[in-house]
Design a protein around this ligand. Sequence first.
Ligand SMILES: [Mg+2]
Length: 282
Amino acid sequence: MTGWTGPPPLAVVVDLDDTLYPQAAYLAGAAAAVGAAAAAAGLDGAAVDAALVAELAAGSDTGGTIDRALLATGVDPAALPALLPRLVAAFTGHVPDRLPTYPGVEAALAALAAAAPLACLTDGAPVIQRAKLAGTGLDQVLPLVVLSDSLGGRAARKPAPAGLLAIAAQLQVPADRLLMIGDRPGKDVAVAAAVGARAIRVRQGEYAGAPDVPAAWAVTDTFPAAAELALSVIAGAGPRPRRVEPLTRWEGVTSGGSSRGVTVSMTSVQAGQAAAEVRAGT
Ligand SMILES: [Mg+2]
């Protein structure tokens, strides 16, 4: 019925942005923070905020969005070098008090975690990704989080296989027995393919209209639907490992501007502990 052939998946890996929560909510707050910093620098903060929102809507992971927003509001190009550092800092330093998750996400994650080892693999500057995890509260729900940038900077971002290989190693499962759930074909589906695994695409968020290239094993409109589908194929996987305890030590790596330097070690420590807990069945 599900069309799954071959050995069932042994673990599930989920993406974060636009899979578990709407990234637009984070971007709106970050743009407002940039607008406030622009106003403090003597610019029209509301105009910069609006222009940046428009630029981000056109492509949030393209470079130069703040540059283009400033130019769009009539800022002299010669003034950009003096303005950009503080505005970029306002963006990357934005820490949302609270971010909404998509409906049913927490319950779906809990169901997945009860059925199989569960991990999250997310791209982006670690300080920003940690702020999103804290803002959504998902840092308290996800048993294991791997920030791809911590494994080797931008080069380790999806669809590079580094993140999935690290998760497979920590969870002690073959990488091709992972099942990836994410919104972007070019990242989440492609990274699964890169390790011989399969993916469920959730068609929502900024890339909802992107073509199914590469093709996912299945496509759903919501994360809970994807989780339900995953559960239907995991169910044949035999004895279910017990749930790994949620990470509760994010505070240690999220505080202060010096967190970047400890991301790698803390991430690997957390991942190693999670793996140990899986093996021990605690
Ligand atoms: Mg995503």
